[in-house]
Ligand binder design. Sequence first.
Ligand code: HEM
Length: 129
Amino acid sequence: MYTALKSIHLTCAVLSICGYLLRGWWMLRESPLLNHRLTRILPHTVDAIFLGSGIWLAILLRYLPHQQPWFAAKLLGILAYILLGLVALRRGRTKTIRATTWIASLACFAYVVGAARTKSVASWLSLWP
Ligand code: HEM
């Protein structure tokens, strides 16, 4: 069960970031594809499975944010990623705001992957010698 859930979670992580990069590119190019019906539905489906598998894994492994600081940090990173993504792809009034928040959201995603891999609040920095 653990292995299957983790594979689903990781596959969704790859699909989610690839889709997000593509939508960011379309946002920068002001492409009408950003508002295509499929573009509005598909990412939500992937993200729902992504989130669901993550929550399921956390329950299975008995991870609690107040007991594992890296997990709490990961959840905060995810929240920042989602909120910045919302501004980048929908709410940002100018292209500068949208582009800046898009870059910042990608930094949050990188932080979250690092926190998950290293199980440390310092994320990738914990690997620094
Ligand atoms: C931007 C969103 C997310 C990213 C980039 C992400 C990334 C990852 C990665 C890379 C791993 C594998 C870590 C390893 O190799 O051991 C992982 C595992 C995991 N993730 Fe996520 N995740 C995200 C969202 C979530 C959410 C929303 C939850 C739960 C609320 C969650 C809970 C977990 C759990 C419990 C594991 C298993 C850790 C273990 O095997 O010890 N993730 N995640």
